[in-house]
Design a protein around this ligand. Structure first.
Ligand SMILES: [Zn+2]
Length: 549
C-alpha cells in the first residue's frame, strides 16, 4: 500500500459516520480519496517521505458541506460588478442612495449602475417601502439605475425607464422567463419606477464570456468555498455557464463540485434536456461537473402571491389561491421520461396546494423513482405545511422534500402578511418531520438578492436551531433540530439526496477527500454563536482550496 499523500490530523473528528469513526484522529488521503481514518499514534508509522502531515489540533475536521439547491451562476453574475445595497447594512433609503452614489464613477461608462438588494426589501428598509424613482434620480439623471430587490421586483430611475422604453404607452409583455411582467403606474399612467418580472427584458449591460468566468471564480470563492461548501446542486441558468464551470474544473479553478439540474424551459426545453449531451459539452468528469437532473416549476412564490395555497391570499379583493403552473399531461410524461433518461426531477412547489397536486400527479404517473439517485425532489416543500396531509402526500408519491432553513430568517416574518393566521401555522416543522422519518437537507437557494449569509451552512445550521427571523422574532422554537441533525442535513443527507452518499457526505475510507476544518466546535458553542463559526481550511479531493499553509 502506498504511503498517503497527506494526513490531516484533528482531535475532533465529526465524521457523520458514527461514534467509532468520530473516536479516530484524522484522515489519510491517497490521490483524491480518503484511504483510511487514523489515530494520532499511527501517523508516524504511516507517513512516507513525501507525505504531508497537517495537524489542526483540537479544531474540528468534518466532511465538506453540501448545498443541494443553489443558483450558482445567477448569484455569481448578480453579485459581480453590482453595488451591494442589501439590508440590514443598507438599512434605509438614504443608505441605499449613498451606496449607489459610491458606485457611480466606477460604472458610469457602462451606462448602468445596478444595485443588488434583498428579497422583501420593502419590509427590510427602515421606511418599510422601496426607494422611489425620484429618489434614485437624485443619484443620477444621466446614468441608468436599477435596484434589483430579489430578482422579481426592480426599481428604476428615470434614465433606466427611458432607455428601457418604459413610458406611459408601454405595454408589458404577457410573459418573461420568471413570471408575468408588470409596471406600476401613478394616477396619470406614468411608470413610478417599480417593475416586476422585467429583469430579463431590461437592456442591462451584457456580460461577456470573460465576465461570466470572472464572476464565477469570484462568486464561488466568496459564496461557497469560504463557507466550506464543496458540492453544489446547481439549478442551471445557461449552457454557457455550465460549460464555463466545466472548463474551470479542468483547470482546477472551479473549487467546488457542480451537479446541475437543467432548468426547463429556462435553460432548454424538457425535450432537449432529455437529450442534453447534444447541447452541452462537458469534459471535466462526473465527479467535478455533471448533469444530475431537470428542474421544473409547479408554482410561483409568496412575494408575488403566486405560490399555490389552500387558503386565499389576503388583500386581493377576490379569492386568490395562487396558480399551478404545470400541465398535468406534461408532468405525467415528464416523470417516466426523465427517469428513463437517468435524470432526477427537481420540481419547485412552494404552496401546500401545489405540493399536494404535484404528489397526486406523480403518484398517478406510477410514483417517484425509488433509486436514491433519481428520486423526485420537491423544492421548498415545507416552506408552509400547516397540516400533516401534505407530508402524507409526500410519502404516498415517494418524493423527497428539499426545504431551505435560511428562509425562516429571510421571510419567516411575512407569511402572516400574505395568508393571515393560516400563514403562521406550519413553517418548516423540522423536529416533527425528522421524528416522522424524513431525511431533511439544508440548502441555500441562493439567487439574486439572497441574504449575505445564505450560502454559509453554519448560518443555515444556526437557522435550524435558532429559528429566528430577520425582525428577530422566533418561529416555533419547539421545532428546532439538534446540532447533530443540522450538521447531517448539510453533509451526509445532502449526499443522499444527490444519490452520492457512496462518494461523499461523511469521512469514510474510499470517499472523496472533501474536507473542512472549523475554528470552533459546533457542539461547544452557544446556539447563537453557531453562525459565527468560521471555516479555516477546505480540501477538495485532497487539494487545499482554502486556508494558508
Ligand atoms: Zn431555487
Amino acid at each position: 500500500m502506498s504511503a498517503p499523500d497527506r494526513i490531516v490530523v484533528s482531535d475532533r473528528l465529526l465524521t457523520m459516520a458514527g461514534p467509532e469513526a468520530d473516536a479516530m484522529q484524522g484522515v489519510a488521503i491517497v490521490g483524491d480519496r480518503i484511504s483510511r481514518l487514523v489515530r494520532r499514534d499511527e501517523v508516524e508509522a504511516l507517513r512516507g517521505p513525501d507525505t504531508e502531515v497537517i495537524d489542526v489540533g483540537g479544531r474540528p475536521l468534518l466532511p465538506g458541506f453540501i448545498d443541494v439547491h443553489a443558483h450558482v451562476e445567477v448569484a455569481c453574475r448578480a453579485a459581480y460588478g453590482t453595488v451591494d445595497c442589501r439590508a440590514p447594512e443598507c438599512g434605509s433609503v438614504a443608505e441605499v442612495l449613498e451606496a449607489l452614489r459610491s458606485g457611480l464613477d466606477e460604472r458610469r461608462e457602462t451606462g448602468w449602475v445596478v444595485g443588488q438588494a434583498n428579497l422583501f426589501f420593502d419590509r427590510k428598509l427602515k421606511e418599510r417601502r422601496l426607494p422611489t424613482r425620484e429618489e434614485l434620480d437624485t443619484v443620477s439623471e444621466d446614468v441608468a439605475i436599477a435596484v434589483r430587490a430579489g430578482g422579481h421586483i426592480t426599481v428604476l430611475n428615470s434614465k433606466a425607464l427611458e432607455v428601457a422604453g418604459i413610458d406611459r404607452g408601454f405595454a408589458a409583455p404577457e410573459h418573461s422567463i420568471t413570471g408575468k411582467p408588470a409596471v406600476e403606474r401613478d394616477d396619470h399612467g406614468d411608470p413610478i419606477g417599480i417593475v416586476k418580472e422585467m429583469d430579463s427584458l431590461l437592456p442591462l449591460p451584457a456580460q461577456t464570456p470573460a465576465v461570466v468566468e470572472a464572476a464565477l471564480e469570484e462568486g464561488i470563492r466568496t459564496l461557497f468555498t469560504r463557507n466550506g461548501v464543496t458540492t453544489i446542486g446547481e439549478i442551471s441558468e445557461t449552457v454557457e455557464g455550465l460549460e464555463t464551470m466545466d472548463r474551470m474544473a479542468r483547470q482546477d479553478r472551479l473549487n467546488a463540485r457542480i451537479h446541475a439540474y437543467l432548468w426547463a424551459p429556462g435553460t432548454m426545453s424538457l425535450e432537449q434536456a432529455l437529450d442534453w449531451r447534444r447541447f452541452i459539452a462537458l469534459e471535466a468528469g462526473d465527479a467535478d461537473v455533471s448533469i444530475q437532473g431537470v428542474k421544473l416549476f409547479c408554482d410561483g412564490g409568496y412575494s408575488a402571491k403566486s405560490a399555490a395555497v389552500k387558503q386565499p391570499y389576503l388583500g386581493m379583493g377576490r379569492e386568490h389561491f395562487g396558480d399551478i403552473a404545470l400541465q398535468r399531461d406534461f408532468l405525467l410524461e415528464a416523470v417516466p421520461a426523465t427517469r428513463d433518461a437517468g435524470l432526477q426531477l427537481a420540481i419547485h412547489a412552494n404552496g401546500d396546494r401545489a405540493q399536494e397536486w404535484l404528489c397526486e400527479v406523480i403518484a398517478d404517473a406510477g410514483g417517484a423513482p425509488s433509486s436514491a439517485r433519481l428520486r423526485t425532489r420537491i423544492e421548498h416543500a415545507g416552506n408552509f405545511r400547516p397540516d400533516k396531509t401534505t407530508s402524507d402526500w409526500w410519502r404516498h408519491a415517494g418524493i423527497v422534500p428539499i426545504p431551505q432553513p435560511v428562509f425562516l430568517y429571510t421571510f419567516g416574518d411575512y407569511f402572516g402578511d400574505y395568508l393571515g393566521d393560516y400563514g403562521t401555522q406550519g413553517r418548516f416543522q423540522f423536529a416533527d418531520l425528522i421524528a416522522d422519518g424524513w431525511n431533511l437537507t439544508g440548502s441555500s437557494d441562493v439567487w439574486v438578492g439572497s441574504e449575505r449569509e445564505a450560502t454559509n451552512p453554519l448560518f443555515s445550521i444556526w437557522c435550524c436551531l435558532q429559528r429566528q427571523t430577520y425582525d428577530e422574532r422566533f418561529i416555533d422554537v419547539d421545532q428546532a433540530t439538534t446540532v447533530d441533525q443540522a450538521l447531517r442535513m448539510h453533509t451526509i443527507n445532502g449526499a443522499e439526496v444527490l444519490g452520492l452518499a457512496h462518494e461523499k457526505g461523511s469521512l469514510e475510507p474510499g470517499k472523496l477527500a472533501d474536507l473542512v476544518v472549523l475554528d470552533r466546535d459546533p457542539f461547544a458553542v452557544a446556539i447563537d454563536d453557531l453562525r459565527r463559526i468560521k471555516v479555516e481550511s477546505v480540501f477538495l479531493g485532497g487539494r487545499r482550496v482554502l486556508g494558508a499553509e
